[in-house]
Design a protein around this ligand. Sequence first.
Ligand SMILES: [Zn+2]
Length: 103
Amino acid sequence: MTSKEEKKRRAALVEAIVAEDTRKAIDDMPISLSNLGKLFDYLDVKLEEGCDHTPKITTDFLASINLSSEKILPWLQDQGGYCDCEILANVEEGWESEITKNT
Ligand SMILES: [Zn+2]
């Protein structure tokens, strides 16, 4: 059966699975979406001075809002963010739409 209705039903199913995965991913985050959004904004400004290829700006920002980078840095690295410019380039993309939706 590949009627239009069936296609629609499948699309809705896939969407629900993706939404469920996203929710789980958000639950597992060591940082809130709103703080993550603030981090990206901060990096956006600070990186105009250049990246020294360490996560120094990120670490400073997390300390400034009393978050421990101990759990957050490995989580960022998992997503390809090993230094400040990579965090902005590789991690922001994946979360941008969620941050816009949820904050
Ligand atoms: Zn860098």
